[in-house]
Each structure stands twice: as structure tokens, then as C-alpha cells.
Design a protein around this ligand. Structure first.
Ligand code: BTN
Length: 236
């Protein structure tokens, strides 16, 4: 089981950048960079991730010896861990659901973001979770744990996340991506859900079919079955 060692910072540019720097210096598997705020937090597709105090910003160095083609799997492992961790802090009736590729939603609002980056022979798993602050200036609906009636602190959220992450990393390493994929499918949009995938200035509409064994999104469109490996997904 992965043992985590947390390095705490008041403020950094991006915890992913700090973790990439530490990885280059040889920081071990399980090193966690946690900052109270980020001044240039990064999101997917070169977006900003607004990072005021009151939310969780962590990046975890993982040395798993994986083939590069399997890196994408880690985002799905992380999404399951985030969803489980958040549900331990929410009222019983609230559910954390998943949206391709790695979004975790509560009450249809994005509550977390996940960014996996390569750092030489290590992977850096960056995770942001909205605990108290709903970041403004974004084009999608957002949620926070406390805003959804949860009882949470930033440090408590980190601790719940690392416990859940150790669990899902174990399952992934023991049983492979099939086990992750099967659980992800039970928590994601059901087959048939109308989706719009936006890639740059193009968008494709279709109905969710499945998650491919390599993590690609499979949708059925009027022109036939399509495979998507990048982009943003919204409900059509
Ligand atoms: C997304 O666009 O959904 C991914 C957002 C990832 C944000 C986290 S916060 C901690 C880590 N450091 C960063 O700069 N980004 C990730």
C-alpha cells in the first residue's frame, strides 16, 4: 500500500510544478505537495485553475513503472478516489458522480479537477477539490463540499483523499484497469445519455455508449460510433 509523505506550503505557483521539480531531485513515490493556495494553478487543456485559500490543492509523485500508454488510466483511478473521499464528507443522500474524462460532480456541479503530468520517470497526479470556495470566472457549474451540506476541513479532505487513493491504487495495481473501468461505469453518465464533446472549435453530439478499455470515450452519433481521446464533455 502506498505510504504518503506530505510537504505543506503556504503558497506556490502550481503544486504540479513543485512536484515535478521535486521528482527531478529524486523525491520518492508517495511524496505529496500540498499548498494552501496557488498563484498559477493549471487545469486541463492549458486552462487556469483558480486557487484561493479554502480548497484543497495537492500533487502526488507516483513511481509506478508504467508504460506511457497507461498514464491515462491514472486519471480514472484518481476520480474514483476523489468521489469516494468526497462522499465520506457529504450528507448521506448526496452522491458524487463522474463525467468523462476525470470530472467529479456533486449536484451537477464540478467539485474537483484532476491533472496528470509526466515528470521524467515519475507521474505527477494533481488534484484540486472545492471544499469551501466556489471559484468564479468559469463557464460551467461548480459545487463545494460545504455548499452541498458537507462537513469538511481542507486537511480532513486531504486525509480522506489519500486514504481513498491508496485503496484505488492498490486495486488498479492488483486487478488492472478493467476493475477501475467497471466501477467508473457504475458512477458515470448511464449509456444513452446525450453528450456534446467539444475539441477546440469543433463539437460532436451523440449518446454515451461506453468507456473503451484504454480510457477513450465512445459515443454513438447519427454518423455512427465515434472514439474521443480528448476534449470537454457536456450534457447535450
Ligand atoms: C481540470 O482542468 O479539471 C484539472 C484541474 C487540476 C487542478 C489541480 S489543483 C492541484 C494541481 N496543481 C495544479 O496546478 N493543477 C492541479
Amino acid at each position: 500500500m502506498t505510504a504518503f509523505e506530505v510537504r505543506h506550503y503556504d503558497s506556490v505557483g502550481s503544486t504540479n510544478d513543485e512536484a515535478i521539480r521535486l521528482a527531478a531531485e529524486g523525491a520518492p513515490h508517495g511524496t505529496v505537495v500540498h499548498a494552501d493556495q496557488q498563484t498559477v494553478g493549471r487545469g486541463r487543456l492549458a486552462r487556469r485553475w483558480l486557487s484561493p485559500p479554502g480548497n484543497l490543492y495537492v500533487s502526488i509523485i507516483l513511481r509506478l513503472g508504467l508504460l506511457a500508454a497507461r498514464t491515462v488510466e491514472l486519471g480514472f483511478v484518481a476520480a474514483l478516489a476523489v468521489a469516494d473521499a468526497i462522499e465520506t464528507m457529504l450528507p448521506k443522500q448526496e452522491r458524487a458522480t463522474l463525467k468523462w474524462p476525470n470530472d467529479v460532480l456533486v449536484r451537477d456541479g464540478k467539485i474537483s479537477g484532476i491533472l496528470v503530468e509526466q515528470a521524467d520517470d515519475a507521474l505527477v497526479l494533481g488534484i484540486g477539490i472545492n471544499v469551501l470556495q466556489a471559484p468564479g470566472g468559469v463557464s460551467y457549474k461548480v459545487s463545494t463540499i460545504v455548499g452541498c451540506g458537507g462537513l469538511a476541513t481542507v486537511d480532513g479532505t486531504r486525509s480522506a483523499l489519500l486514504t481513498a487513493l491508496a485503496h484505488w491504487l492498490d486495486i488498479w495495481q492488483r486487478d488492472g484497469f478493467d476493475a477501475i473501468r467497471a466501477t467508473w461505469l457504475t458512477r458515470a453518465h448511464p449509456p444513452g445519455t446525450p453528450l456534446r464533446v467539444t475539441i477546440g472549435d469543433r463539437s460532436i453530439e451523440g449518446r454515451f455508449a461506453t468507456l473503451a478499455p484504454d480510457g477513450a470515450l465512445i459515443i454513438d452519433t447519427d454518423e455512427g460510433r465515434r472514439r474521443c481521446t480528448a476534449g470537454d464533455v457536456g450534457l447535450a
